[in-house]
Design a protein around this ligand. Structure first.
Ligand code: NAD
Length: 468
């Protein structure tokens, strides 16, 4: 199937999932139509001279909702990107922000490009031109449209975009807030690079916390996990889940195939190997499976698609054996596949919940940029001093010496990274609780995806219902 057709279906999938939630909520059709439609889409064609040839690049910025500003979304650099895909992703952003209580509208950007075909300097120039075009048209601005990294882009591209905006608007005191996901030494925030993967971990922890009955089968420890895509999101999710929760990553699927080991794969080593060779083929001491996509169908406890959309569709849904799918990528399960999997009893934690960590920490970065002050600056030393006073009081009252590790914990004033992690964990837990609450309230809401959409739609509807 052509990518254009796949992307058109992706957009329809998002709309059908939205419709399901509207039906379950019994929401007024006028309001639901208002929420569903995109506000605007900008298409930009711009020339860049590369190796003495003028190349015309095409990019989009789709704004789905502006009930809150700025509109927020990732910028994707990919040779498969289409306007339909960007519009579908911008809608997901609106629902994601509402679900996790991040006060932003939804947007998404895309540039039709194979980033691997260009040198670093060429990519810098292309990104700079794209950013300038967006900024001149008002679609890159700290108050209205704030991009972040997505597939094919990273902190580096965000710093180039911030630099391009500042060149045009040097007098804007808030210029740093025009994009998020910047490097920490370029006014980013600690914890943003890994935020989406960290959020995947917190989402899974929330789910297992709610199952917890003290039995081993309801703990993450030892769970066998298959992950598709070891990029920004997939790598960090795999690293944290393996290193901190004791899961076993038994298979990793990349573009060139998949690798498998029942003993568990060394995630960091695999990541380094991909960076060096471009794929997973010939990684030592593991089984290589050329048809990577078929590995989605292998038996495991948790399947984490973390690469791209429409990976589980009506063709393979029936063969998926994982009882739990955690959508780290946007839209990896199509609408029909979702229906098939639900019938089979597969639990799906949906994308707008699972991968919301990125936008949550982007929100922290944006507020940090607007406040011009790092989080914790005012209270860190005060908290340390108070901790020391409490310790002294305790030791005086009990006559006992506090163990060194406990002393260090109690007298530690939170650093910015501690606050970012705490805020992220809190946002994910609150979103999970809100999904559980709506499932308990509405009989027709029986799965997490419908619950996530319903929570988001209810919140956005409130803005449209408020008297003007
Ligand atoms: P990325 O470009 O860093 O990584 C994508 C990974 O998927 C790479 O390892 C790539 O090799 C692999 N991949 C690509 N095509 C594949 C295929 N056909 N089969 C197997 N593997 C394939 O991208 P990312 O930022 O990690 O984004 C991944 C997904 O997560 C996307 O759906 C994106 O929209 C979503 N997401 C990303 C963020 C973020 O903060 N980066 C936030 C929210 C959602």
């Amino acid at each position: 199937m052509s990518d254009e057709k796949t992307n058109h279906l992706f957009r329809q999938n998002v709309e059908r999932m939205f419709d399901n939630a509207v039906l379950a909520l019994g929401l007024n059709q006028n309001i639901s139509r208002l929420i569903k439609e995109s506000s605007s889409v900008l298409q930009i064609k711009f020339p860049v001279v590369i190796r003495e040839e003028t190349i015309i690049f095409c990019g989009w910025w789709a704004v789905h909702s502006t009930h809150l500003l700025p509109a927020k979304g990732g910028i994707r650099f990919s040779s498969l990107v289409t306007q339909d895909e960007i519009e579908a992703l911008s809608a997901l952003m609106s629902y994601k922000c509402a679900l996790v209580d991040v006060p932003f509208g939804g947007a998404k950007g895309g540039l039709l490009i194979d980033p691997k075909a260009y040198s670093r300097d060429e990519l810098h120039e292309i990104t700079r031109k794209f950013a300038q075009e967006l900024a001149r048209k008002g679609f890159l601005n700290p108050a209205t449209n704030v991009p972040a990294p997505d597939m094919g882009t990273s902190a580096r591209e965000m710093s180039w975009m911030a630099e391009a905006y500042k060149e045009i608007f040097p007098e804007d005191v808030n210029h740093r807030a025009c994009v998020t996901g910047k490097p920490v030494n370029h006014h980013g925030i600690p914890g943003r690079t890994e935020a989406t993967g960290r959020g995947v971990q917190y989402a899974l922890q929330s789910y297992f916390r709610c199952l917890d009955d003290g039995s081993a089968c309801n703990s993450l420890e030892g769970k066998r996990v298959i992950i598709q895509g070891l990029g920004n999101v997939g790598y960090h999710a795999a690293k944290f889940l393996q290193g901190e929760d004791g899961v076993k990553i038994i298979a990793i699927i990349q573009r060139d195939g998949a690798i498998y080991s029942e003993q568990g794969l060394p995630v960091n080593e695999v990541k380094k190997y991909i960076a060096k060779t471009g794929g997973v083929k010939d990684f030592p001491d593991v089984k290589f499976i050329e048809d990577g996509k078929s590995v989605l169908e292998m038996e495991c406890d948790i399947l984490i698609p973390a690469a791209l959309e429409s990976q589980i569709d009506k063709e393979n849904a029936d063969r998926i054996k994982a009882p739990l799918i955690v959508e780290a990528a946007n839209g990896p399960v199509t609408y029909i596949a979702d229906e098939i999997l639900k019938q089979k009893g597969t639990v799906i934690l949906p994308d707008i919940f699972v991968n919301s960590g990125g936008v949550v920490v982007s929100y922290f970065e944006w507020t940090h940029n607007l406040s011009h002050m790092r989080f914790g600056r005012l209270q860190r030393r005060f908290d340390e001093m108070r901790g020391r006073h409490i310790l002294t009081a305790l030791e005086t009252l009990t006559g006992e010496q506090t163990p060194e590790w406990m002393r260090a914990e109690i007298t530690h004033g939170a650093e910015e990274i501690d606050l970012v992690r705490s805020g992220l964990d809190d946002s994910i837990r609150a979103a999970f609780d809100s999904m559980r609450e709506i499932m308990a309230k509405y009989e027709k809401i029986t799965d997490y995806r419908t619950a996530a959409f319903a929570v988001a739609i209810n919140k956005i509807a409130r803005y449209h219902n408020e008297p003007s």
